[in-house]
Write a new protein. Sequence first.
Length: 202
Amino acid sequence: MKLLIIGDIHFTHEPPRARTDQYPYDILRKLSVVAGMAGKVGAAVASTGDIFHRKAPEERDITALIRAFKAMPGGCIYSVLGNHDTGSPGRMDGTAYECLVEAGVAHDISDRSVWKDSVVISGKAFRPEPEMRYTPRTDSDLEVVISHGMLVPEDRPYPFAATFAGKAAPGRSGVLLVNGHNHSAFDRGNVVNLGSLCRLNK
């Protein structure tokens, strides 16, 4: 089983502050490249959340992402709820994110697990720091945990003090933690942050 994971997308047709008018087209072009790369190697695609930049995106934002995600292998992506995707942590009802799920182009794995061959893909939606906890499963050889928030083992605190210090129970070597939310990329063995597809880091 192959999985191509991308960081926060933050899609919007209205460019965020200090970004160019080309912003939405740049994001869509990057998603097209992701679809091509994943297609070549037969990989499923997953995102660390913050699909949208604004909590109440325009209809054209939703339509553009439906088209972009339909082009991915299998016609959809795996994702978790980010803080930009919802006004209430962990709840997607009434959101644009829910529209993507109902359209069949986003497979929500927030706070649940799915099996792909012999690999378990688990998701953790955005939560305030005290609620950011995860206990690794013990029924698989490999578990990939995709989190929107800094989920790190207790013996390896997150290196950036200005964000969450979520914790995971001490895990097995077969657990890979892939975090979103903070856009500063880093790699600490089985704990990684991919940064952001849109490179919003301020």
